[in-house]
Structure formats: structure tokens, C-alpha cells
Design a protein. Sequence first.
Length: 126
Amino acid sequence: MIDKITHRFLILAVGGMMFVGSAAAQTQNSNTSGAGPGQVDPGHPRVNEVNGRETNQQDRIANGVKNGTLTPGQTSRLENHEQHIENQQKADMAANNGHLTKGEQKQLNREQNRTSRQIYKDKHDK
């Protein structure tokens, strides 16, 4: 009787472990596989770097507007540059299943560097 209970408990435990293991494997694969055209892969480091820089530059522009160091014209021009970079990133990612190639990342970084220098110049031109 005890052997039957122990045996059934063991079967349930092994079955539960297999279920948890398969669920964990599916979760892991969904974060590392291609996201598909037009979709962002949150686990992709090149996408994360570009997005992080974009967020930082948007914060810098907002800060310049708030403290009055950016004129409306400067703000509009900077926002247009940022939008151009974002559109280019979306097009690049759509062509590569939600990823950026190293070359595309370098190009986006060059464009972000130019915009970053322009933000600095515009905020300090007075």
C-alpha cells in the first residue's frame, strides 16, 4: 500500500518537473528567437543599446525645453533628427526579423552621435 502511494507520488513529481521544464524552455526560446518582421526583440543587445540612447537623448531635449535652453525651432529640428533615426531603425529591424546588424547599429550610432553633439551645441549656444 505504501509502495503504491510512493510510486504514484513519484510519478506525479516527475510529471510536474517535466511540465515546469517544458514551460521554462518555451519562455526562454520566446525571448531569444527572432521576433518577426516589424517586431522588437527585447532580448537583442543592439536594439536595446540604440533604444537606450534614444531615450537618453529625448530626455536631454525635454530638459532643454523645460529649462529654456532650447528654442522651439531647435527643438523641432532635433525632434526631426530623432524621428529620422527611429524610422531608419524600424526599417532596418523590419528587414532582419526584429534585429539590427552590426553595420546598421554602427550607422545608427553615428547618426545618434551627430544628434547628441547638436543637442549639446543648441543647449549651450547662448
